[in-house]
Write a protein that binds this ligand. Structure first.
Ligand code: COI
Length: 356
């Protein structure tokens, strides 16, 4: 058990208008912090006013990107309970990422305690408007002042909180996705399965190109054959072909094992829908479309929730999915997932965890 010290802020901020939250624009009054040193391990757990972090310019995170992050959400149920969604999955993934980045392991019970403590302390910040939530962003950075390329010995673990609306301005309306054929996001043996800032840094050039062309995000193809679908910028991806739901398999280690992805697979199976995790090439998607068998496609993610895909641009060829409208499977997944997360539907899988 962590002994979490609390230092309250002197003047609280004004809460933002819940209709204009967007994603990641506002931050709550307090944050969680904890340090790691070789001699003490993880120590000095504290809730402090949200503040700038002062680091030596030689801090290793600035140079060699030894950094990891996570993303989960807290929701306020109609009965006033504060709910987390499958935090155990994020915490497990956190330690998998840490292992890949040589960051010290965390005690899963202590991470859950820290998340619950900061969320509970900031519960007045959880927005209640439909489609909103409190996004929880844990992250760890290497803080040693050192320019040799080695594993750091000192780390800082923080949790910040951001009241959010939908990730895309489109909300639940279909987004347009650009198939990236020049750059790649991950290769087998790399960090594709890990939640590290570096994956997103190298994705920016594709994202920028997509945005300039009027697309919301990039669809990444595998780094070797350049034809198998990996994932979309901030989401895992699913295609419905001839009634079968297909999503890229995780076994090559180049796809983020999304919590929403896993939840969608479980929900679909429980409804008797055929779901397959396997390699899926962009050519197969194009062919399915040409044969009139591409029913719908959607992305999944904590930030993105369920995001229908209305258009795919593959080398200038535009594929319009389901007439550019949300498909029935995407809609049912969205309704069931968010209904469970917001505590409005029966939690059939026992996924929600009550903070208080
Ligand atoms: C999330 O869905 O929580 C993510 O971390 C995606 C993100 C990069 C916004």
């Amino acid at each position: 058990m962590l002994d979490i010290k609390i230092q309250p802020v002197e003047v609280k901020k004004e809460k933002p208008d819940q209709n204009k939250l967007g994603f990641g624009n506002y931050f709550t009054d307090h944050m969680f912090m904890m340090n790691y040193t070789e001699s003490k391990g993880w120590h000095d757990a504290r809730i402090v006013p949200y503040q700038n972090i002062s680091l030596d310019p030689a801090a290793m995170v600035f140079h060699y990107a030894q950094e990891m992050f996570e993303g989960l959400k807290a929701y306020k149920a109609p009965d006033g309970r504060v709910l987390l969604f499958r935090p155990d999955m994020n915490i497990k993934r956190m330690n998998n990422t840490n292992r890949r980045l040589c960051i010290p392991q965390l005690d899963p019970d202590e991470v859950l305690q820290a998340i619950k403590a900061i969320v509970s302390y900031e519960k007045d910040w959880i927005p209640t408007l439909e489609g909103t939530s409190l996004y929880i962003r844990p992250f760890i950075i290497a803080t040693d002042a050192h320019l040799g390329v080695h594993v750091a010995k000192n780390y800082l673990f923080c949790i910040i909180l951001s009241p959010v609306g939908s990730y895309y301005p489109e909300g639940i309306n279909p987004v347009k996705i650009y198939v990236e054929t020049e750059y790649v996001r991950a290769v087998k043996g790399g960090t594709g399965f890990a939640k590290v800032g570096g994956n997103y840094a190298s994705s920016l050039i594709g994202q920028q190109k997509a945005e300039q062309l009027g697309y919301a995000q990039v669809l990444w193809l595998d780094g070797i054959h350049r034809k198998y679908i990996d994932e979309v910028g901030a989401m895992n991806v699913f295609f419905v072909i001839d009634g079968e739901v297909i999503t890229p398999a995780l076994d090559e280690g180049n796809i983020l094992p999304g919590v929403t992805r896993d939840s969608c697979i479980s929900m679909l199976k429980s409804w008797g829908v055929k779901v397959t995790e396997r390699k899926l090439s962009i050519d197969e998607v194009i062919e399915a479309n040409a044969n009139g068998k591409l029913n719908e496609a959607f992305g999944t993610g904590t930030a993105a929730v369920i995001s229908p895909i209305g258009e795919l641009n593959n080398n200038g060829e535009k594929i319009i999915l389901n007439g550019g409208k949300i498909g029935p499977i995407s809609q049912k997944l969205y309704d069931t997932l968010t209904g469970t997360q917001w505590g409005k539907l029966e939690d059939k899988f026992g996924w929600t965890v009550t903070v208080k």
